[in-house]
Design a binder for this molecule. Structure first.
Ligand code: GTP
Ligand code: MG
Length: 325
């Protein structure tokens, strides 16, 4: 990609930029969190050689940096008064919804690097807390929330749920899981949150009679949603839950490749399912959009390295090589 990027930029910029610039630019494109974006942009600026030919580029980048820094300060200030603000990070945002004590915080603690309060008294979680869940070569943001059913917090919880990508309903297999699921689903529809990906997970599968209750839960909801059984205490079913979250996030991972080189397999681009080669080009660089002649695809193509046009629909794990005019 470096070679093609350099060719494209050659037409549009009055300068030759070093390979590190394009590496840093790629990192910037992939950054999702504001903090990440700021440090990626700082790195990018440091790669631009200082001479007359780069004056305009450096000025543009510095302007962008100061805008991002201002936004960061603004958000930080408002964050002090709004402890419910959850900044999106990672490939997709997944919220944990459930009644008190169902084990939402335990799920967060088991699947991510976060350290929530876990307690046997109800409503131990008072504010949202997020952590990053690794899945293969990507990370999902899991958001633990206070339990449903409290007038003072339900409004804020519904706002967070509405903005997320996947709702994971955590029900307690030792305490009428079917009724919990039913109440949660009706609450979600009362909030008018539609078209949302929903996953149901029955927690505490280590407790007596949880298996038969899980079977009933699965029988009732299995045809509507993915239903899975876990025990955070015994660490059972956690890998399956990770996979189910990935499968329901409606995203694909796509890798870019420069002509004549190996693909960058450790740094996927994340796209919505159904995205095309053109959508990938838009994510990488506008010059790819303008100057694309065709692309070569490995993975979902009929044969390896098949030439495709910009409307070709990509699949998870495809490798894409852009060829420009
Ligand atoms: N037996 C068993 N107990 C569990 C499991 N997961 C969580 N617990 C216990 O259930 C209780 C509640 O767990 P939390 O993770 O705090 O539940 P929560 O849903 O976050 O609770 P709130 O924040 O109050 O809504 C704690 O005592 C946990 O130790 C499990 O898999 N098996
Ligand atoms: Mg909790």
């Amino acid at each position: 990609m470096y070679e093609t990027s350099r060719r494209v930029l050659y037409f549009n910029m009055p300068t030759n930029l070093p390979p590190e610039y394009f590496e840093a630019e790629k990192k910037l494109k992939r950054a999702t969190a504001l903090k990440e974006k700021i440090s990626a942009l700082e790195k990018l600026i440091s790669t631009v050689p200082k001479h007359k030919g780069t004056d305009k580029l450096r000025a543009d980048l510095r302007r962008k940096l100061s805008q991002l820094r201002e936004e960061f300060v603004r958000k930080k200030k408002s964050g002090q008064t709004d402890s419910y603000a959850v900044e999106r990070q990672g490939a997709a945002q997944v919220v944990l919804l459930g009644f008190p004590n169902s084990g939402k915080s335990s799920v967060l603690a088991t699947l991510t690097n976060a350290h929530p309060v876990i307690a046997d008294y109800p409503m131990s979680t008072a504010l949202p807390l997020s952590g990053m869940m690794p899945f293969e070569d990507i990370q999902f943001q899991l958001v633990d929330l206070p339990p449903i059913g409290n007038e003072s917090t339900d409004g804020r919880i519904s706002g967070i749920a509405r903005n997320s990508d996947v709702l994971t309903l955590v029900v307690d297999l030792s305490d009428d899981p079917e009724i919990q699921a039913e109440l949660l689903i009706s609450q979600i529809s009362e909030w008018k949150i539609s078209d949302k990906q929903i996953v149901i997970t029955g927690n505490k599968s280590d407790l007596p009679e949880s298996e038969s209750r899980f079977k009933r839960l699965q029988h009732r909801y299995g045809s509507l949603f993915p239903v899975t059984s876990i025990s955070t205490t015994k660490k059972q079913g956690m890998e399956e839950l990770r996979r189910i979250i990935f499968e329901n996030a409606n995203i694909i991972r796509v890798y870019s490749k420069e002509p004549g080189k190996e693909p960058a397999m450790n740094t996927p681009f994340i796209l919505h399912e159904g995205s095309s080669v053109l959508n990938l080009a838009e994510l990488i660089h506008n010059d790819f959009v303008v100057n694309m002649k065709y692309a070569c695809i490995w993975g979902s193509a009929k044969f390896e390295g098949q030439r495709v046009q910009k409307d070709y629909v990509l699949h998870d794990r495809d490798v894409v090589e852009f060829h420009l005019k």
